[in-house]
Write a protein that binds this ligand. Structure first.
Ligand code: NA7
Length: 531
């Protein structure tokens, strides 16, 4: 049985950086284990047509190395999936990481051996490893959710989930295709495949607010500008709540009359980007202010979409803008003006079952060649629960988290010594420009391991009390936010039957979170049991 000092699960953005830090900075004997056949994580699996990042390219990536930052050139405002994969391969090569990654192995269980103070890991290829530290770099949105709809097994065509899109080329030409789901992925995939398919029928459960991305090629000037400003950008994205280059101004929606306000909204709409929500400081905080932004978006959709019935379904909002994950689009609403598109409102016409030939709803019987599930993920907790983790005193994570995920800082779990999470429940994770949060997590974990090794400490785990306080703090912040106003939101577990209905990520913003983590480190981990 091979033994390591650190095993990292996952070789996406977080796993790669953590491998570099553990192996090259701390000199720990380290192995990364990856389910896929190559590196990339999210960007390995999400190969669906139109897959693109919603963060601007020059802020989406590693900033820890000036050399790496400046030796890579982003060519578009929003990088597409394949470009990000190429970027990660470029980084991997620079750091020579591949030799310490085991591919095509999925972790099926991980058990803490109390007498040895080691984790025992098993993979689906019957490989067993021992390790002192176990770092879960499994991503927040990697456990795909295909809803349990009656009859799926009887469907005689092929079906795919956007987050597990096949490597082989999928022929959609002249096909009649169903797409279930209109989140970030659904909004990206629809305009792309609508160009090819004979007919696309989109099944919408909740209408989504979407802002134009306005993707564009970066000019030489723009590229030189962001390269020149490396230090400035690196500092800036650490200071803003979401890890983007924009922050929220003091100005309120109510400081302006409708004409002035709409001018500001219009400018942001024409520019495109997630920064639309930061036109005013109170859009994401105050329901009345939020309504002004929602109404502006609604008016835009009603203007773009020609068919009044479709436009009505698309704008039948039941939640405030930004209370669910904000999305960007390229011609999503315009796509509904095509002749080969149909929109089904699942609120009035729900799916009854999937049949041999297609989908039966309350009012219709559709025939399909293919079904695309853009139905999201068992977010944040799903990837960790799938590891079948068993901690001290035979504590199963499934049981320990049956009412709510309990972590301290989203980084560690009581009863699970030496087990670290990157982007876990209880961390800002999905509420941020993800690589910015990843770098903070990896660096915090690295410093913690360094502390333990230097002080000859064998184990670390948070106290139950600190985890309890952390959950209370998340609840307090979430309750005061607009996030809780969404009816169905994966931020609070609503999309998965049986999942605890609590707000999962830390909603206090990155700078506040970073300060807390830094204090914990400075005070030598007082909230933890260290032996
Ligand atoms: P999301 O944002 O979870 O979107 C999933 C979509 O699928 C959303 O419209 C859901 O409607 C819909 N959905 C989920 N379950 C069902 C069922 N059972 N029936 C009908 N419709 C359903 O996932 P994405 O992949 O789009 O985006 C996730 C993140 O990945 C994104 O933020 C990017 O970072 C990449 P709902 O709104 O829940 O009513």
């Amino acid at each position: 049985m091979l033994q390591f000092e650190t095993i990292i699960i996952g070789a996406g953005i977080s796993g790669l950086y953590q491998l570099h830090k553990c192996r090259d900075e701390l000199n720990l004997k380290t192995l990364a284990i990856e389910e896929g056949s190559d590196i990339g994580g999210t960007w390995y699996w999400n190969r669906y047509p139109g897959a693109r990042c919603d963060s601007e390219s020059h802020t989406y990536g590693y900033t820890f190395s000036e050399k790496i930052y400046k030796n890579w050139t982003w060519k578009e405002k929003y990088p597409k999936q394949n470009t990000i994969l190429k970027y990660l391969k470029f980084v991997e090569k620079k750091l020579n990481l591949r030799k310490d990654i085991l591919f095509n192995n999925k972790i099926i269980s991980a058990k803490y051996l109390e007498n040895k103070k080691l984790w025992q890991i098993k993979t689906n290829k019957n490989k067993i490893f021992l390790t002192k530290y176990l770092i879960c770099a499994v991503g927040s949105l990697s456990a795909t959710n295909i809803p349990n709809i009656k009859g799926l097994k009887t469907f005689k065509g092929e079906y795919y989930h956007t987050g597990r899109w096949p490597k082989k080329k999928i022929n959609l030409k002249n096909q009649i295709v169903a797409q279930i789901g209109t989140g970030s992925s659904g909004i990206q995939v629809a305009p792309e495949i609508a160009k090819t398919v004979k007919k696309l029928v989109i099944f919408q459960r909740t209408p989504n607010y979407s802002i134009p991305a306005r993707n564009k090629k970066l000019t030489k000037e723009m590229i030189n500008d962001y390269l020149k400003n490396y230090e400035k950008i690196k500092k800036l994205i650490k200071k803003t709540p979401g890890g983007h280059t924009f922050s929220f101004p003091d100005r309120s929606v109510f400081d302006f009359n409708k004409i002035e306000r709409d001018k500001i909204f219009e400018k942001a709409w024409l520019k495109g980007s997630l920064a639309f929500r930061a036109c005013f400081g109170d859009i994401t905080k105050n329901l009345k202010a939020n309504e002004k932004a929602s109404n502006f978006i609604k008016e835009k959709i009603l203007k773009i979409v020609k068919d009044k019935k479709i436009a009505k379904i698309l704008t039948n909002f039941d939640h405030p803008f930004t209370s669910k994950r904000p999305t960007l689009n390229t011609n999503y609403y315009e796509t509904f003006n095509r002749k080969n598109i149909e929109l089904v409102d699942l609120k009035s016409n729900p799916i009854i079952k999937i049949t041999k030939n297609g989908i039966k709803t309350k009012n219709n019987d559709f025939d399909f060649d293919k079904i695309i599930f853009a139905t999201g993920y068992d977010a944040l907790t799903g990837p960790l629960l799938s590891l079948n983790l068993v901690g001290k005193k035979k504590t199963k994570l499934q049981n320990f988290w049956n009412k709510s995920p309990k972590t301290y800082l989203g980084l560690m779990i009581p009863n699970f010594p030496n087990l670290f999470i990157i982007q876990g429940p209880g961390s800002p994770s999905v509420l941020t420009n993800v690589p910015v949060q990843i770098e903070q997590h990896v660096e915090w974990i690295t410093n913690c391991l360094n502390f333990l090794n230097k002080n000859n400490k064998k184990t670390i785990e948070p106290t139950i009390n600190s985890a309890k306080k952390w959950s209370d703090e998340i609840k307090r912040l979430a309750d005061a936010s607009l996030f809780m106003k969404a009816k169905i939101s994966w931020y609070k577990g609503d999309n998965i039957p049986g999942k605890p209905k609590v707000f999962i990520p830390y909603p206090g913003g990155l700078p506040r979170y970073r300060n807390i983590c830094n204090k914990v480190e400075k005070n030598q981990y007082k909230e933890f049991l260290i032996k």
